[in-house]
Design a protein around this ligand. Structure first.
Ligand SMILES: *Cc1c(COP(=O)(O)O)cnc(C)c1O
Length: 402
């Protein structure tokens, strides 16, 4: 089953905790994690959960309990990870354009550090030299991913150090005696074609020759999950086989045994998430019928930011006659969740659910229009637990000085 919490369960949670509400199904995260572990079981692999997709500490603890490691893009994510129980060795810090002071903090905390620019590599090398091993984020110049904003490996991208700057890297490594133990790439999100990873891996193997102390190659993520019914998912099983073959071949040729790391975010948590809202107003205009819900891009911005499709169901009237609606939010700005979508008849007061809301949903929410952030609830072993209270009015004033 694509979606595993049913309408009755979602309605009962919405009644108890109010709407809008994010609901996460722990068992779905577990099954996605296990699918990945199985896919890469013939490689010497490690899975780092890219927690920027969803950082609720209860979700982090769940992934920790499964045996995952953690990929963090800010020092605060590192601190949350440590709080959730992850060991420092199991955290990879992959920042971009941060203050050098943040990198010093990460070094103090003892986590793995992934370096993203020549300037930082030089500063880090000057300060710590052989004293602290690093990973280097390379830009392999591969164009991939579902949307330009989430493509990170192309030539115009701000991410990583270009593979054509190897001489700069080598000069710094040589003069500062840095130990480079990892090479990293992450070319974007929603990559269906596994050849993107395999091409990237060949580039990484080429670069690996320059680093005799290399222990792992991190292929990042971008694993796609189905958002629309009938949509494809990245074939991780096939990727696992091909990656295992490639590493075996590389080992045969060079005698080097390298680990492979991955950093999935979306793949692990997207489908586990349900965002339930209430239809406030049904509004006919000469052009369309709008359903105005008690949310907006302040709570779920993916449709507006990335033109993302989120499947919508009317859980209060699952078997109703299908009609065509444009689903919008209540924000004073055009915030259309879906145009001309066929949904069972919606009445004012009905609950609608957005599927695939686990990744980059709550995490990208804001208080725009002085609206409150929603509650988050986790369903695990049949138990329903509130894992974040809904914002209250006082939260809007919390840091204001007046
Ligand atoms: C965002 C990000 C990921 C996760 O991407 P998904 O598409 O959610 O799997 C992994 N690694 C890095 C460095 C990232 O910035």
């Amino acid at each position: 089953m694509l979606h595993e919490l049913n309408a009755t369960q979602l309605i009962s949670i919405a009644n108890e905790y109010g709407t809008p509400v994010y609901i996460y199904h722990a068992e779905k995260i577990t099954s996605q994690y296990e699918k990945l572990k199985l896919a890469f079981s013939s490689c010497n692999s490690r899975i780092f959960y890219a927690c920027k997709s969803l950082t609720n500490i209860s979700i982090l603890k769940h992934l920790f309990s499964l045996g995952a490691s953690l990929d963090c893009v800010s020092i605060n994510e590192v601190k949350l990870g440590l709080m959730a129980g992850f060991a420092k060795e199991d955290i990879l810090y992959t920042p971009n354009c941060v203050d050098f002071d943040e990198i010093l903090q990460a070094k103090e905390l003892g986590v793995n550090i992934n370096i993203d620019s020549i300037s930082i590599l030089e500063q880090f090398g000057d300060k710590f030299g052989a004293g602290y091993p690093v990973c280097i984020r390379l830009n392999p110049h591969i164009m991939a991913g579902g949307n330009f904003k989430i493509s990170t490996g192309h030539v115009d991208s701000k991410f990583g150090i270009s593979i054509h700057q190897m001489r700069h890297i080598e000069r710094i490594v040589k003069s500062t005696r840095l130990h480079v133990t990892g090479l990293h790439m992450h070319t974007g999100s929603e990559i269906k074609d596994i050849n993107v990873f395999l091409m990237g891996l060949e580039v990484m193997f080429g670069m690996a020759e320059h680093f005799p102390e290399l222990k792992y190659i991190d292929l990042g993520s971008g694993f796609k999950v189905p958002y629309q019914p009938g949509d494809a998912e990245t074939d991780v099983a096939e990727l696992g086989e091909k990656v295992a073959e490639a590493f075996l071949k590389h080992e045969g040729e060079t005698g080097k045994k390298l680990q492979v790391w991955f950093e999935p975010g979306k793949y692990l948590v997207s489908q586990a998430g349900y965002f339930v809202v209430k239809a406030n107003v049904i509004k006919q205009t000469p052009a369309t019928v709008f359903v105005g819900v008690n949310s907006g891009f302040n709570h779920l911005i993916r449709p507006m930011m990335y033109d993302a499709y989120h499947h919508i169901e009317n859980i209060s009237n699952c078997r109703g006659t299908k009609r065509i609606y444009t689903v919008v939010g209540n924000i004073c700005e055009t915030d259309t969740f879906a145009w001309d979508r066929s949904i069972p008849e919606v009445r004012e007061g009905d609950y609608l659910v957005f599927y695939n809301a686990g990744a980059y949903g709550f995490e990208m929410s804001s208080n725009f229009n002085s609206r409150l952030k929603p509650a988050e609830v986790m369903v695990k072993d049949g138990h329903v637990t509130l894992i974040r209270k809904r914002d209250e009015f006082d939260d809007l004033l919390k840091n204001q000085v007046f």
